[in-house]
Design a protein around this ligand. Structure first.
Ligand code: PLP
Length: 456
């Protein structure tokens, strides 16, 4: 029997309106990261919790959280009404004024970030959060270079895309100086010929230390690292790695920037992924889950030392919408709802009791599965053509007819997956119910049977 998503109470869908949305999209909308003429975007007409409905009224379980941002699901009523209430009261105000929504959001974030990262600079999203973090680090240290990992993503603006360590950088890798990439740990395809997590950790740290000394520690302002790299493949660092990076940064006076844009706000079963490693970065960048993406918002949480650099000296940077009331009111409501509904704890339990055992089972039963890895509601299934050679089911930086078939098979069963190169990520909202998680995993189980047919 084929698993599909039960159709629940149907929201009102006007399919004529949806068709017009599609036609206008094709005529006028220029999409991100895409060859425009090859696109066939699904119209989403309604959404609630972990589900969305297309323009024909078909219901899908959203195992992607869109771009891994709807951490409390779609249309959470507390957040929707907080945005509406804020809109009625005060839609916008310049960043130079104090405002209750912004002040309260900053307090709630500062209380949850580790250590004393108690000052928050708000941005419009993740890329500009990283841009500002690097600018702060450069001005704080008087140094220029930034170290960043391969297999990472830090955003689409010019500097942030240069920092990025995945193929989205390649065509824009010009004009910005000073980014040096290093190999992060990735035991399954170890760059260090390691065979255990401990070996991978030690060797990746030795490589990083050598790279720092060859580049010249006195030239390096910052090291930016996703606490658990996300889109690039969900690589939970092996024991001691993040702590070792912290030690190297401290020893050489390098500002450690933890990019928590995707891994933050409950995704890994903690408020921030750095908590898994007991590390306090000097700067922590966030976006996405801070308000589930209901209104664009990002930011940088700043250490007292770096904040002090700009105590008597102006910070040369700003945005018209820094701490926008609608976005920060949404953040306040989101964080409060996550506390009230114990969403972070739920993500941790769902990961340990439902997703981890299911994915372990996939790895045992399906010969197309090379590796599964993750924590909380942040998991990757790495697909291969051959378990011995580990040849990926799609090349690095590309797709393949086989991966396209798997994505289509998920959608035809009512599951929206998150696929990247040869991986399917299991990244549903943090508050997905056990029943929905199991339903989505049952669909993936079937789709992996199709993937097994591609194994040589
Ligand atoms: N950093 C990480 C780890 C991300 O995953 C992303 C987006 O996916 C970004 C930065 C960029 O965020 P934004 O798209 O909001 O600019």
């Amino acid at each position: 029997m084929t698993s599909t998503i039960e159709s629940g109470p149907l929201p009102e869908i006007d399919s004529a309106k949806a068709r017009r949305a599609y036609e206008l999209d094709r005529k006028h909308v220029f999409h991100s990261w895409s060859a425009q003429d090859l696109l066939d975007p699904m119209v989403i007409s309604a959404a609630e919790g972990s589900h969305v409905w297309d323009g024909d009224g078909n219901k899908y379980l959203d195992f992607s959280s869109q771009l891994v941002n709807t951490n409390i699901g779609h249309q959470h009523p507390a957040v929707v009404s907080a945005i509406a209430a804020q809109a009625t009261k005060l839609c916008t105000i310049a960043p130079s004024y104090a405002n209750d929504a912004r002040s309260e959001a900053a307090r709630l974030i500062a209380e949850r970030t580790p250590g004393e990262l108690d000052k928050v600079f708000f941005t419009n999203g993740g890329a500009d959060a990283n841009e500002h973090a690097v600018r702060m680090a450069r001005l704080h240290t008087g140094r220029h270079k930034v170290l960043s990992a391969y297999r990472s993503y830090h955003g689409g603006t010019q500097l942030a895309v240069n920092l990025t360590g995945d193929p989205r950088r390649w065509s824009s890798d010009n004009g910005s100086t000073g980014t040096v990439h290093f190999f992060p740990p990735y035991l399954y395809r170890s760059a260090f010929h390691a065979t255990t997590p401990e070996e991978e950790s030690q060797r990746a740290l030795a490589h990083l230390e050598q790279l720092i000394s060859l580049e010249g520690p006195s030239t390096i302002a910052a090291l930016i690292l996703e606490s658990i790299p996300g889109t690039a493949g969900i690589y939970v660092p092996p024991p001691g790695y993040f702590e070792g990076v912290r030690e190297l940064c401290t020893r050489f006076g390098i500002v450690l920037i933890a990019d928590e844009v995707m891994s933050g706000f409950g995704r890994t079963g903690k408020w921030f992924a750095v908590e898994h490693f007991n590390v306090v970065p000097d700067l922590l960048t966030f976006a996405k889950g801070v308000n589930s993406g209901y209104v664009p918002l990002g930011g940088v949480a700043i250490s007292p030392e770096i904040a002090a650099t700009f105590g008597q000296r102006a910070y040369p940077g700003g945005l018209t919408y820094s701490g926008h009331p609608l976005a920060t009111a949404a953040a306040v409501a989101t964080i409060n709802a996550m506390e009230d509904e114990r969403v972070v704890q739920h993500a941790a339990t769902l990961g340990e009791t439902v997703i981890r055992p299911a994915l372990r089972g996939f790895a045992e039963r399906h010969r197309s599965v090379g590796e599964v890895r993750g924590v909380g509601v942040f998991w990757a299934i790495e697909l291969v053509r051959n378990r011995e050679t580990r040849e990926p089911l799609a090349p690095y930086g590309g797709s393949s007819p086989e991966m396209n078939k798997l994505v289509a098979a998920c959608k035809s069963r009512g599951l929206l997956p998150f696929a990247n190169f040869n991986r399917i990520h299991v990244v549903p909202p943090c508050n997905t119910s056990v029943a929905d998680a199991k339903a989505g995993l049952a669909i993936l189980d079937e789709v992996l049977e199709i993937a097994d047919g591609f194994v040589a």
